[in-house]
Design a binder for this molecule. Sequence first.
Ligand code: COA
Length: 261
Amino acid sequence: MTQTYETLLLEKRDRVAIITINRPDKRNALNIQTRQEGAAVLEELRDDPDVGVVVFTGAGDRAFVAGADIAEFSGRTSITQRDVMMGRSLFTAVDSFPKPVIAMINGFCLGGGCELALACDIRIASENAQFGQPEINLGIIPGGGGTQRLTRLVGEGKAMEMILTGQFIDAKTAHAIGLVNYVVPADQLQVKTMEIAQHISRKSPIALQLAKEAVKIASRSNLDEGLRREVDLFALCFSTEDKDEGVSAFLERRDPVFKGR
Ligand code: COA
């Protein structure tokens, strides 16, 4: 049964679920409720066989997500903050989600918003999007994976610059440094994102899960270990009906119909 969420909208189009963070008056800043609901909606979608790909976006035309809700920071002790962060993490939920997750970045993508996008598998931005890790301006540092995932994605020099200066970069620059996969005019953002999401959603769900897992291993282990794990995951594909279907379809010159088995 679909739950109801106060800070999120959930829409399904074919095999793609779109989660819209819906606090446009606060530039979709992530407060505790939004993070909890984000993790809960992923839990719901994880076991939904009709959903192959998830898209995250922000409501309105100003922001994807403008970061953590700064209002929640005032007066908070380090112990409370640690408890909040040690709880169910939205970023970890996205990172370990067994289906591809795409960030559809429609505006400001800052702090925890940039970290949410970084936890996603593919990032597509509109030309008006802006990116930044401005935590340094508040006397703090990124805490949702920014120092780690951003560095792995764009390299130490560019990550260092963004994190130490707190300055924003535009979508074109984000594309040039490899932070986003595509930049498109704002009115093309949905079309481009759905095109990629629908395309992926027709692949074997098991192969997608194993492919995501294998790629994630690359930045978490050394090459020998990664290559070994890749062989295991590759071999695991040979236990699936989808592998038989994919191979048969190729040999019979027809499109495969994957069943996720
Ligand atoms: N947390 C809480 N509230 C936020 C927020 C955040 N991260 N980002 C924006 N808001 C709120 C503003 O306080 C304002 O609320 P109000 O109308 O009740 O005063 C509302 O969203 C609109 O923000 P505003 O600054 O007027 O909009 P803008 O479109 O001109 O600017 C930003 C947008 C995102 C550039 C600017 O709001 C900003 O710098 N936000 C903080 C970004 C940040 O430091 N993120 C990292 C947090 S760790």
